[in-house]
Design a protein around this ligand. Structure first.
Ligand SMILES: O=C(O)CCC(=O)C(=O)O
Ligand SMILES: [Fe+2]
Length: 222
């Protein structure tokens, strides 16, 4: 399931984040790419130890923890501290697959996430393109919004031709490894909440809640 989630960051958090990034120093992004992705990665990112990185990581970490839709759709077990990337004119990230295993913390990447930080009207290009069996889909979201997608997909970032694209990216090991199972749980959870809002705690709500809880029990791993 590919899901776009609006307003991961509120306007104040976004403003603070952008202000920190405007003053920060970025370095070549190749250092954190796998050996094959390195060949096509042409961007810059905040280095470890950057004071701005620590502040922005705290902001995003708190935002993800309180975001009910993110929690429901992704079922995070381990969320990697975000990487902050910057694409100036001419920069891009060619087609690649994200590393399956990551270290510090040691984890499996099940879900990849991009939080768009720049106002999309301020830069040209820079779409995140995700390949699927139905073809390619391009995403360029409002600042503060995020896309979550299975880490099992080939994807790329188109070259920026005007302006600057700032983004936060991270990877998540989910409690539910299989994307289809995650989607079933997400649908059931959404359905039962809608039902609850419409008619309260009815016997039908209880039955769906029971199935949801029992599937979660069957499919969760940690
Ligand atoms: O910036 C993006 O939207 C995605 C970047 C990416 O694919 C990566 O860092 O592995
Ligand atoms: Fe990637």
């Amino acid at each position: 399931m590919i899901l776009c989630i609006g307003n991961i960051l509120n306007p104040t958090e976004l403003e603070t984040t952008i202000a920190k990034l405007e003053m920060a120093e970025f370095v070549d992004g190749k250092a954190t790419a796998g050996w094959h992705a390195r060949q096509v990665k042409h961007n810059t990112q905040l280095p470890q130890g950057s004071p701005a990185l620590a502040i922005v990581r705290d902001i995003i970490d708190a935002a993800l923890q309180r975001h009910a839709l993110f929690q429901m759709a992704v079922r995070p077990y381990i969320v990697r501290p975000v990487t902050i990337s910057r694409y100036d004119i001419g920069m891009s990230y060619g087609t690649h697959i994200d590393n399956a295993l990551m270290y510090d913390p040691f984890m499996r990447s099940d879900v990849s996430m991009t939080i768009f930080l720049s106002d999309p009207t301020t830069y040209e290009g820079g779409e995140l393109i995700i390949e699927s069996t139905q073809g390619e889909v391009a995403f360029k979201l409002p600042a503060g919004s995020a896309i979550v997608y299975p880490s099992s997909t080939l994807h790329r970032v188109e070259a920026v031709t005007q302006g600057v694209r700032l983004a936060a990216v991270t990877w998540i090991q989910s409690l539910v490894r299989d994307p289809q199972q995650r989607e079933i749980l997400f649908d059931l959870d959404t359905a039962r909440q809608t039902l609850f809002e419409a008619s309260g705690k009815t016997p039908v709500f209880d039955l769906i809640s029971k199935s949801h809880a029992n599937l979660l029990r069957q499919w969760t791993e940690f």
